[in-house]
Design a protein around this ligand. Structure first.
Ligand SMILES: Nc1ncnc2c1ncn2[C@@H]1O[C@H](COP(=O)(O)OP(=O)(O)OP(=O)(O)O)[C@@H](O)[C@H]1O
Length: 268
């Protein structure tokens, strides 16, 4: 006889499911003959910071680029398995990639503002989405720049070219550009690797604040950074997820010898 689940238990399970932003099931990815992701099964939880760590070439960037279907732009890429975003398989033929891109923002290793004014950088996305009202655009600019902890530094120079900002400011501008379209998830691919320690600290503090309203996946080479800012950490090696756990647990008592070796600096 199958034991029936108590209603409370069922409700809790439904709640837990609702909090899953991404679910990868048996995700595989090949660049031509070379397999870069192997049987990835991994959930990303809402309002958490999930760090992806691992040595160079282990598939970290490939994994997060798969989450917003950026890898499919590369002709030799082939994938199998499923990636669910909010319960919908993003590999499904009917799935609209444009919709995914409005929900999922991406910040890259090197700040990549457009060669336009600070203001125009922030309103770029909202304008594409058809927002023309100047007052509304002004509000979006202020809210997004505040959200990216940049407003006070640039509020008097919004018409200046974004290239006049420091690297750290440019990266926060790229985050503001993301926030302007009110995403659900922010994917960050080594967002601080090109920045000085003070700018890095500012971005780390910002990530902590942003998780109140967004779900964040961050690739980092810096294990101290993963330890400081993430709730969960996934350790990738040769395209596989070796270990995925609460960051505190992972760093204090890793289950797999390879994780232990990596986080204690024995390789990578
Ligand atoms: N466009 C591409 N074409 C062919 N192979 C690729 C391509 N991009 C990545 N790869 C290969 O896929 C594997 C995983 O690369 P990926 O960039 O995802 O790793 P990573 O862990 O992010 O590395 P890093 O920390 O150095 O950025 C590597 O072997 C890499 O050479």
């Amino acid at each position: 006889m199958i034991a029936e689940k108590a209603p409370k238990q069922m409700q809790e399970e439904v709640k837990a499911e609702e909090k899953i932003v991404y679910r990868a099931e048996q995700l595989n990815l090949w660049y031509g003959e070379d397999q870069a992701l192997k049987n990835i099964d991994m959930d990303i939880q809402e309002n958490e910071v999930t760090a992806i760590i691992g040595p160079s070439g282990c598939g970290k960037s490939t994994y997060i680029k798969t989450l917003n279907r950026m890898t499919e732009m590369i002709p030799i890429v082939r994938t199998s398995g499923r990636v669910y975003y909010r319960n919908e398989n993003i590999f499904d033929k009917k799935y609209k990639v444009e919709e995914l891109r409005t929900k999922v923002g991406m910040v890259f290793q090197k700040p990549n503002p457009f060669p336009k004014s600070i203001y125009e950088n922030v309103v770029y996305g909202p304008k594409i989405h058809g927002i023309k009202d100047k007052k509304l655009l002004d509000e979006i600019v202020e809210r997004s720049l505040k959200g990216a902890a940049l407003w006070d530094e640039v509020k008097d120079r919004l018409k200046e070219n974004a290239f006049g900002l420091s690297g750290g400011q440019q990266q926060r501008l790229c985050i503001a550009r993301c926030l302007a379209v009110e995403p659900d998830v922010i994917l960050m691919d080594e967002p601080t690797s090109a920045l000085d320690p003070i700018s890095t600290l500012k971005i780390e503090e910002l990530v902590q604040e942003l998780k109140e309203n967004y779900s964040i996946v961050i690739v980092t080479h810096n294990m101290q950074q993963a330890g400081r800012i993430s709730d969960k950490t996934a350790f990738f090696l040769n395209g596989e997820v070796v270990e995925y756990d609460n960051t505190d647990t992972m760093f204090s008592s890793p289950q797999d010898k390879r994780t232990e070796d990596y986080i204690s600096g024995r390789f990578g």
